[in-house]
Write a protein that binds this ligand. Structure first.
Ligand SMILES: Cc1cc2nc3c(=O)[nH]c(=O)nc-3n(C[C@H](O)[C@H](O)[C@H](O)COP(=O)(O)OP(=O)(O)OC[C@H]3O[C@@H](n4cnc5c(N)ncnc54)[C@H](O)[C@@H]3O)c2cc1C
Length: 363
């Protein structure tokens, strides 16, 4: 949400290249950007509450703790239940860097209504990269590799093998999100943890406490919203109806919302070769795409990895404009068992960004 607003402002400022007059003065009202984000999030969660009520599902609000295998304390109530699904999510890690107390988490940063003058981001994972790109486009300085932070938020950072001292107004830490299991007293339910995550089988069921299921970030498998939704449904249905659906993440598209975004589905070329597969590789750059040229967004490419003999699609990777949407063409094709030639032969609308996905199938 924030990335799209920041990107819009950044593109608008470059509007003169597209013939827009007065676009150079477009600014960001950060207080309103954050207020709008909060309004949208609040309306989503209100909609979810109403949907639960319509289904006749009772909601108890409060911190839950196991008292016994089938008994939980929720706030001041004790609840006895046959089956339990743990979906407690994850929280930001606090790495042991000297001065870590001078940092903020990604969630705290995204609640601040004023843009910091200079920001340093610690962590080069999806969240660190997204924050880095968004705030850099908003006009701030960012960095991703930090050794030490002092009280005045001077950061000692490793850049290109040498140590630099950077002065920042905000240092945000984005070094991963361990699952929320502390305080749940999972030992009282007999639930086993594996490296801090709730261990589950393919039915999302705890092997050591079969009446307990888990879904989402707490399983430590995929830290993505659609994975949490999907696992939540599978875990709840398996808990209520018996184990009848195993989770299937074979074709699972993901995106990192950098600018431009990076999206992928299936194997990378290195992963496919490591499996001993004979792979073919197709590539098509966005600079050859007319729609991308018209939009002045020609950075990036589509890369396709396929089985050389059968043409079966093994993986597709997109860096470029609308990568987060275009990747679904590949995901649908892979899920439907389409081969490279099936896509290469597709008719498509001109000029569209989708053309680059189909063109990459030709090489
Ligand atoms: C900054 C940021 C950006 C992200 N961007 C994306 C994105 O662009 N796309 C994407 O797919 N994913 C994104 N994610 C990841 C996504 O938000 C998570 O994967 C998803 O929310 C996980 O859902 P969940 O239901 O497992 O956990 P959550 O959504 O975290 O929900 C867990 C809930 O359980 C509650 N809880 C915890 N412990 C207890 C307890 N003991 N008792 C009662 N309640 C408890 C928590 O308060 C919380 O309300 C992002 C995450 C962050 C932090």
């Amino acid at each position: 949400m924030l990335v799209s607003t920041v990107e819009l402002a950044w593109r608008a400022r470059r509007g003169a290249e597209l013939g827009l007059a007065g676009a150079a003065g477009v600014g960001l009202d950060w207080g309103e950007v954050i207020a709008r984000k909060n309004r949208i999030v609040a309306s989503w969660s209100q909609g979810k509450d109403q949907a639960l009520e319509r289904q006749g599902i009772a909601v108890l609000r409060g911190h839950a703790t196991f008292l016994a295998p089938h008994e939980l304390q929720v706030g001041d109530r004790t609840v006895t239940t046959e089956k339990i699904v743990i979906a407690t999510g994850s929280s930001p890690a606090r790495p042991s860097i000297e001065g870590i107390e001078h940092t903020v988490t990604s969630e705290e940063l995204l609640d601040r209504t004023a843009l910091p003058g200079r920001m340093v981001a610690i962590g080069g994972g999806a969240i660190g990269m997204e924050l880095g790109f968004a705030f850099a486009r908003a006009g701030l300085y960012t960095n991703v590799s930090v050794r030490r932070i002092t009280g005045d938020r001077t950061v000692e950072a490793d850049i290109g093998g040498t140590t630099h001292r950077l002065s920042a107004d905000v240092v945000v830490v984005a070094t991963g999100r361990p699952p929320n299991t502390e305080g749940l007293r999972l030992d009282l339910a007999g639930v086993r943890l594996e490296r801090g995550t709730v261990s589950v089988n393919e039915y999302l069921q705890s092997p050591t406490a079969p009446h307990v299921y888990a879904a989402g970030d707490v399983t430590g498998r995929h830290q993505h919203t659609p994975a949490a939704w999907y696992e939540g449904r599978v875990a709840a249905e398996n808990a209520l109806k018996g184990n009848h659906e195993a989770v299937d993440f074979n074709v699972f598209p993901t995106t990192i919302f950098t600018i431009p975004a990076v999206a992928q589905v299936g194997l990378t070329e290195a992963e496919a070769r490591k499996r001993g597969l004979r792979v073919g590789v197709g590539r098509s750059p966005f600079e050859d795409n007319t729609a991308a040229s018209v939009r002045e967004e020609t950075e990036g490419l589509v890369k396709v990895i396929y089985d050389e003999a059968s043409g079966q699609l093994l993986g597709v990777h997109i860096l470029g404009p609308n990568a987060e949407d275009l990747i679904h063409i590949a995901a649908v094709a892979m899920r439907g068992g389409l081969r490279r030639r099936d896509l290469a032969g597709m008719h498509y609308v001109f000029p569209t960004l989708a053309g680059t996905v189909f063109d990459a199938m030709w090489e």
